[in-house]
Design a protein. Structure first.
Lengths: 465, 465
């Protein structure tokens, strides 16, 4: 059942909160030993007990899974890192506060690549998460725990974070919906920073409507985040249903259907175009020639920011501390023991990119490329309303399959450009390739969530019919 | 050989709260680690939000120095590891500072000197390490306290000039109401760099860090100049180096040499948007500017007829200048008020005035009206200042009101002549000093309250009748 259907059943008293919690925990018992979507779970009894207290609230006490890089006071927040093992934050992330204010409860904290750096959820200090569709395969990442929990039926919906594709790519690989809002739409207060200028809080859900519902709750201006946009709250479920998409022109970038894409995937892209046309939309081919530069630009900018954002895990105030004779030794030993390989790799890369003598050549150039990519999207959106393409070039790969970092990074080529431009985008199930889910991505201009969700909602219905 | 000195000055802004959080900023004498929150402790997920008041205060300094305010400045991260730096970076302004250019004119031996300002920017302070026999402790109260850094051009030519410039800057800051600028409390900190130039060729620069007294600035620079002059006169090279200053021993402490120079890997702070200053906001700050000390000095000369020197002394402390103006208003004579304040009140001045301005004005009025003798007035003022008692109450209780009533004086004079016929005869015989004896007798009888001038006149009349 979707979140929306569950709410309806609760409202009509067909179900009680205790029934919902019990059935979710039954799924957890069945699937979790294999999938390992959660790092920590709430106490189900405690969730059930709040039924009465929350029954008048919009979300009626329903549990929502929270990615473990979003701070929660009820449960530790580890970011999948040894450096924050058992760390109890003193405050809730704004998105969590808003969910709670709407009557939701924190179901548990989901697994992720350490500090959200990765595309497979293999880089967690607390073990890998597996894809519910095929446990030999990865769920994608970094919000792999959130995606797997929803796909396995262990959670009704989950919050994730999307820096370069970390909500959309796992949603695609697990066959669910993943929504990344416009940068600044949802507050980053309580999102443990990986790359501050790219990090967004997103939603993983079973349906587009569920994603729209959760977005309506978590979005809106927050004075605690200086980059939060001063926009009023909005109900994104309001205008989902339309007869057709006749008013929309959809662009399919040539670069999003590269020669390397499998014939099965190409076939799906054709099917999506056909479905859109049947809905009345016009589909045109466009070109985004800077797409190939997004990957290097993204890794330089995000790693540079990460190198500073992760400097605070020095053992002085909280988290892991490995003793040392001198202060500098304590800090070095703590960081050596606290971070995994991928995190260290990115800190090194970012530190290098910002170093005197290299700054302009690397970080500076990457920022200039980023500006050009944003302009390229702006120009494209003069012509079309939305941009269509696959979310990721391949379906879920096997655990350990992408051992070299670059081949792993390549699974984000279609999600990185829009992330660099701060645009809203969504991944919905687009069919199957090799018997595995394959995601369809729609990208909208800045603040174009309504249009994005309306098209995704119509396509979701058309493709599942 | 010419001494060339430039200064980098850190001024602690006297805002109520810190630069990026709402913690109280006045950490002086607070229990360690009591003025902290997730933001200034660099907790995971916490974000900075700029303090408008700090920007306003920094702008006041920029306007006062005639600096060019940049309508769009930017915050940057300065990266380095230290236990008192919770985020592992300091938020400062590097690439685009708040303001550039400007100058400060100060007086050296009564002559105007100019020091050009290179730039002025806002940044956050770090915490403090407290060294104990059992190891270092860290106090985060000072973390995030707003500072404005003022960088001068190398326009100072002697250690004494540096000291006088700093004094003038402190006076300015106090008049602007933006900082208490007390060097002993660390509210005004100075780094200095010095080089000796020979035959117009600039020598090697040495830096002296953390000078925290005016005397220290002068002594440390003198020491550094001396240390350079010796090898230079022998034709040897000077090594580029950074020193600390040991105030009690009066010694420079070598901290590091050039090869160990830091790479701070500055880059734009992604958690903050550029600081855009609207013309309206700038106009509003300009409007709220207090009178600048040099304008006030000119006004003191023209409005009250003070000498430039007296005006300068009164303006050293804005509270003293304010006090003077209150007294002047109460007396209705600026010169008279200045005489009293400078010659009598100033010696009892401890952090603030020894007696309220209104009471002093009343005392001066009574002296001018001939109701209290100048000698008695000074004596009461001293007692009030040192005993912490009310000046007016003392005046009443001592019955110090001067006897200046014509009839009363005449009566007293007759009594004195009758009691000392010999003295009267002596005066009449041409011994002028006998008059003084008779005046003294009346004074003794009235305990000094008789108006001496009037009394002599009356005695003279009576004796020559
Ligand atoms: Zn604070």
């Amino acid at each position: 059942m979707s979140l929306t259907e569950t709410l309806t059943a609760l409202n009509q008293k067909e179900l009680a909160l205790a029934d919902v919690v019990a059935s979710l925990w039954k799924r957890i018992e069945e699937r979790e030993p294999e999938i390992h979507a959660f790092i920590r779970l709430a106490d189900p009894e405690a969730l059930m007990r709040r039924e009465e207290a929350l029954s008048s609230q919009p979300l009626r006490g329903l549990p929502i899974a929270i990615k473990d890089n979003l701070t929660t006071v009820d449960l530790p927040t580890t970011c999948g890192s040894k450096s924050l093992s058992g760390f109890r934050p003193p405050f809730d992330a704004t998105c969590v506060t808003r969910l709670k204010a709407a009557g939701a409860q924190v179901q548990g904290k989901t697994n992720l690549d350490e500090f959200a750096m990765g595309s497979s959820t293999e880089h967690s200090a607390f073990g890998s998460t597996r894809n519910p569709c095929d446990p030999d395969r990865v769920p994608g990442g970094s919000s792999g725990g959130s995606a797997a929990a929803v796909a396995a039926g262990e959670a009704l919906a989950a919050l994730g974070t999307d820096t370069g594709g970390s909500v959309r790519q796992p949603a695609a690989l697990c066959g669910i919906v993943g929504l990344r809002p416009t940068y600044g739409r949802v507050s980053r207060w309580g999102l443990v920073a990986f790359a501050s200028s790219l990090d967004t809080v997103g939603v993983l859900a079973r349906t587009v409507r569920d994603a729209a519902l959760v977005l309506s709750i978590i979005a809106g201006h927050d004075p605690k985040d200086a980059t939060s946009l001063p926009l009023p709250p909005h109900d994104y479920t309001e205008n989902l249903e339309t007869k057709d998409l006749q008013d929309l022109k959809i662009g399919l970038p040539r670069e999003y259907v590269p020669p390397g894409l499998s014939p099965a995937a190409r076939g799906l892209v054709d099917r999506w175009c056909q479905a859109l046309q049947e809905l009345g939309a016009e589909v045109v081919e466009i070109s985004l020639p800077l797409t190939e530069y997004a990957l290097p630009a993204y890794y330089l900018v995000s790693s540079a920011e990460a190198s500073a954002n992760l400097a605070r895990y020095d053992g002085v105030r909280y988290g892991l501390r490995v003793p040392g004779e001198l202060m500098a030794e304590m800090m070095a030993a703590t960081r050596t023991a606290g971070f995994g390989r991928e995190v260290k790799r990115r800190i090194m890369l970012g530190t290098f990119a910002l170093s005197a003598g290299y700054y302009d050549q690397y970080y500076g150039k990457a920022q200039r490329v980023r500006t050009l990519i944003a302009r390229e999207f702006e120009a494209a959106f003069q012509e079309v309303d939305l941009i269509l393409g696959p979310t990721s070039p391949t379906p879920a790969f096997r655990l350990g399959e992408k051992a070299d970092p670059l081949s792993m990074y390549l699974s984000d080529v279609f999600t990185l450009p829009s992330a660099l431009a701060g645009l809203p985008a969504i991944s919905i199930p687009g069919g199957e390739v090799e018997g595995l889910p394959f995601g369809l991505q729609l990208i909208a201009p800045r603040l174009g969530e309504e249009k994005l969700l309306r098209a995704a909602y119509a396509l979701e219905a058309a493709l599942s019919a | 050989m010419d001494v060339i000195i430039g200064l980098e000055i850190h001024v602690q802004l006297a805002t109520r709260t810190k630069l990026f959080c709402r913690c109280r900023a006045d950490y002086f004498a607070a229990e360690p680690n009591t003025l902290t929150c997730p933001v200034c402790l660099g907790m995971p997920g916490a974000l900075p939000v700029p303090n408008r008041k700090a920007v306003e205060y920094a702008l006041r300094v920029a306007f006062a120095l005639g600096s060019e305010v940049q309508p769009r400045s930017q915050f940057d991260r300065k990266n380095y590891f230290y236990p008192d730096l919770p985020k592992g970076y300091q938020i400062t302004q590097r690439a685009v500072p708040l303001a550039v250019g400007g100058e400060l004119v100060y007086l050296l031996d009564g002559e105007e000197r100019r020091v050009r300002i290179r730039e002025l920017h806002i940044e956050e302070d770090a915490g403090k390490l407290i060294h104990t026999p059992d190891g270092a402790l860290v106090d985060m109260n000072r973390c995030g306290v707003p500072l404005v850094e003022i960088v001068t051009e190398p326009d100072l030519r002697a250690p004494r000039e540096a000291r006088e410039f700093l004094r003038a800057l402190r006076t300015l800051l106090r008049h602007l109401g933006v900082s208490n600028a007390d060097m002993e409390k660390g509210e005004l900190r100075c780094d200095a760099n010095l080089s000796l130039s020979q035959d117009g060729e600039l020598g090697t620069k040495v830096e002296i860090k953390n000078l925290n007294s005016f005397r220290g600035v002068e002594r440390a620079l003198a020491k550094a100049a001396q240390a350079q002059a010796e090898p230079l006169s022998r034709g040897e090279r000077v090594m580029q180096a950074t020193y600390g200053w040991d105030e009690t021993r009066g010694e420079l402490l070598l901290q590091r040499q050039k090869e160990e120079a830091h790479d701070y890997r500055y880059f734009p702070e992604p958690d903050l948007v550029p600081l855009e200053l609207s013309p309206e906001f700038l106009a509003q700050v300009k409007e709220g500017m207090p009178e600048l000390p040099w304008a006030r000095r000119d006004r003191f000369v023209s409005q009250y007829g003070l000498s430039a020197r007296d005006a300068e002394v009164l303006l050293a402390e804005p509270t003293l200048a304010d006090y003077f103006e209150q007294v002047a208003a109460g007396v209705g004579d600026g010169r008279e008020a200045a005489n009293w304040v400078l010659s009598e009140v100033l010696r009892y001045w401890r952090e603030g005035p020894p007696v309220p301005a209104g009471e002093l004005a009343e005392l001066i009025r009574r002296v001018r009206a001939g109701r209290v003798s100048r000698t008695n007035a000074k004596q009461v003022l001293e007692e009030a200042a040192e005993g912490g008692r009310s000046l007016l109450e003392l005046l009443e209780s001592r019955a110090l009101e001067q006897v200046s009533d014509e009839e009363e004086l005449r009566r007293l004079a007759r009594e004195a002549i009758a009691a000392h016929p010999q003295a009267a005869a002596d005066f009449r015989a041409g011994k002028a000093q006998a008059l003084g004896f008779l005046v003294g007798q009346v004074m003794r009888a009235t305990r000094g309250r008789a108006d001496a001038k009037k009394l002599s006149q009356i005695l003279r009349e009576l004796l020559t009748e």
